[in-house]
Design a protein around this ligand. Sequence first.
Ligand SMILES: [Zn+2]
Length: 280
Amino acid sequence: MGRILSLLLALVILASCSDGQAQKSNANQEDEGNTTEENEETDEENNNEESTDQKKEEEESDEVEEDQEPEPRYIMNEAWSFEPIDDAAKDVVLLTFDDAPDKYGLEIAQTLHKLNAPAIFFVNGHFIDTEEKRKVLKEIHELGFPIGNHTMTHASLQEISEEEQEAEILDLNDEIEEITGERPKFFRAPFGQNTELTEQIAEDEEMLLMNWTYGYDWEADYQDADSLADIMVNTELLVPGANLLMHDREWTAEAVPEIVDGFKEKGYELLDPDYIQIEE
Ligand SMILES: [Zn+2]
């Protein structure tokens, strides 16, 4: 009788252990950011070939879904803000980060990724001119962020020749595609200065040309995280669908969590750029 009891007890302990492991493994599948735990998970699963195969299949079907273009749910208006198509949520904002990837772009992308917050990174050629910086760009893209074209050298496009305008935009698209495997779908001119030609190039390249609704992180009064987060969320310029301009700057990187939380508290969702309609 005593032996049966201790056998039962042992079974109960075993059962609760494997339960705990199953829960842990589920949590790991959601948390893609934690490399150590992911390795543990892989080791556990290698003991069971069937479940490893199953996971592979799931990953493959995920990839197929990612490759398909989702139906557009937002369309940009004349004021560079976004309006919902059909019944998409109206109270949204789009986060964008220009002049990337300078010193803080990767940190911003990692913070956004942890917060599950989508955004576009607008990139310049002079920030991806070393092998190290090209790797950084690839990492930002692999974290799930679309890379936009912000020109090779941040030139004022209205002050250079047509040939130079072409090179500023097309050479950068080639480079970004070479690094990330994807040609940019978004274009933002430095200082918001476009020409007829840059508009035509964007159209030919099937990029959506955008300026922005508002931004503050270059103004002296807002070069600290708290002031910046406060004005970004509480400005009178906030409208549903606002297109928010920020930059690869130290105080902006620090303000990101506060900005994301602030909009959520206000009842705004973050617009996923994948749902923006590109062609007119
Ligand atoms: Zn810029």
